[in-house]
Write a protein that binds this ligand. Sequence first.
Ligand SMILES: *Cc1c(COP(=O)(O)O)cnc(C)c1O
Length: 385
Amino acid sequence: MTSAPDFVRTIRGVVGDEPFVGLHIPDITAAEKQKVYECLDSTFVSSVGSFVGDFERGIAEFTGAGYGIAVSNGTSALQVALELAGVSAGDDVIVPTLSFIATANAVSHAGAQPYFVDSDEQSLGMSVEAVRQVLRDSRSTPDGLVNSATGRRIGAIVPMHTLGHPMQIVELVELADSYGVPVVEDAAESLGSRVGSRHTGTFGTMGILSFNGNKIITTGGGGMILTDDEEIARRARHLTTTAKQVHRWEFEHDEIAYNFRMPNLNAALGLAQLERLPDFLVAKRRLAERYRQAFESFDDAVFLAEPTGTQSNYWLCAVRTRGGRERRDALLEATNDAGLQCRPFWNLLHLQTPYRNLPHARTPVAEALHDSVICIPSSPALAVA
Ligand SMILES: *Cc1c(COP(=O)(O)O)cnc(C)c1O
């Protein structure tokens, strides 16, 4: 078995000998500062200002989505997307148990309840077979499809592209379509990731992105709803901007809505980051390739490569270890002691306090992944040319 010092040495061989190497440090240069200053000078620092629209159009162009609606964070993007997908109070939404808690929280904020399913060993995303089983066992009613495990209507399915690796979204959308259940993609981690040439987040009825400080590009905090549907885009913009009717001076609002609009100041930062995204993606592929080679000789610590037929943004590079949670924790301890900020996966959602009493599907693969995967330092600056 590979020793912990060997594991540390291998990562050090790729990232160099800075005393502390973070998991994912945002890369901010003079270009970002200049854009933010430009925004400050304009005085349009809040939700009105030209940078928000420019950022939305930039992301739509980059991803190939018809429309982008910029919001305050990825969680609020997902909440609103679910509501616009028709999810209503009392529904179930099918969610992978292996995800960041925001995926489940957005479902709860939309008034629904997450129904957790297992993951796929290769893609790390939601298992299409697990979803197929839930849908096959469900009952068709005049209100829609009812989950036989809970007696609740299945309002939507939310796949997530884990660490930037695309899940089997084509197969999932085909399955969901055959049952008439909408798919909302949690693409918070996968800006720049594609299946074939098509960008993640553009396969479902809607997709969402996050621009939190630890994501591949950041706006400080921020998110975006992606859709090709003009009417959904219009509704999303209305619902996230207090449902104010357009008028030169009147304050008339036609429904109870949200103040979720991304501030211009954040969009300014995002615009400068977006220009650098192609370079980040190149750097990340280079870093991933270096790790892949470095771990090639290990048989008990395998670098997790992008699934066949996809292009991952390698948001977080990761290795799969053997020997269960005890060994995983020994390696986490050794790397963190050595100044290498390494992290396990999130604790499985169906075991976390707010969700532990909910019915859920079997989750053996997610459990095994949780006990064996370690995310390793992945900042783009580690592999600039
Ligand atoms: C980051 C993230 C989100 C959204 O996070 P925000 O901090 O609200 O922008 C949602 N889902 C996943 C899987 C994430 O990693």
